[in-house]
Design a protein around this ligand. Structure first.
Ligand code: FES
Length: 124
């Protein structure tokens, strides 16, 4: 099994026309995902960097969205023209492309006043 150093999840979720939430598919998510896969392949990175198409990442208003792990850096309003910069600067260089980063306080589903999650969980 490959030991990926970075994993990119790109939302390609599609909703019915007229859905008020919109969707990343309508904002170029599929094309962004294809561009990531191509760029990773062209650089010979496919054994260490993985780009996966994802369903809704719950950041719909900011689409096309993606998240890079292990850092947990979120990107918003990503277009095909941004992919090369993210690959070069972040996936290879380790420095997020700040102009496209969705800051933690802007993420939906995050309550900044909530107590932090415990470090471990158990199934009992
Ligand atoms: S549709 Fe892409 S984050 Fe929800």
């Amino acid at each position: 099994m490959a030991a990926f150093t970075r994993h990119v999840f790109i939302c390609i979720n599609e909703r019915a026309a007229g859905d008020p939430r919109g969707c990343c598919a309508d904002r170029g998510g599929v094309e962004v995902a294809v561009a990531f896969k191509r760029a990773i392949h062209e650089r010979g990175l496919k054994r260490i960097v993985r780009a996966n198409k994802a369903g809704c990442l719950d950041q719909c208003a900011a689409g096309a969205t993606l998240v890079v792990y292990p850092e947990g850096v979120w990107y918003a309003r990503v277009a095909v023209g941004d992919v090369e910069e993210i690959v070069e600067q972040h996936l290879i260089g380790g420095r997020p492309v700040e102009r496209l980063v969705l800051p933690p306080e802007a993420l939906t589903g995050i309550d900044p006043d909530a107590p932090s999650e415990p470090d471990e969980f158990s199934i009992s």
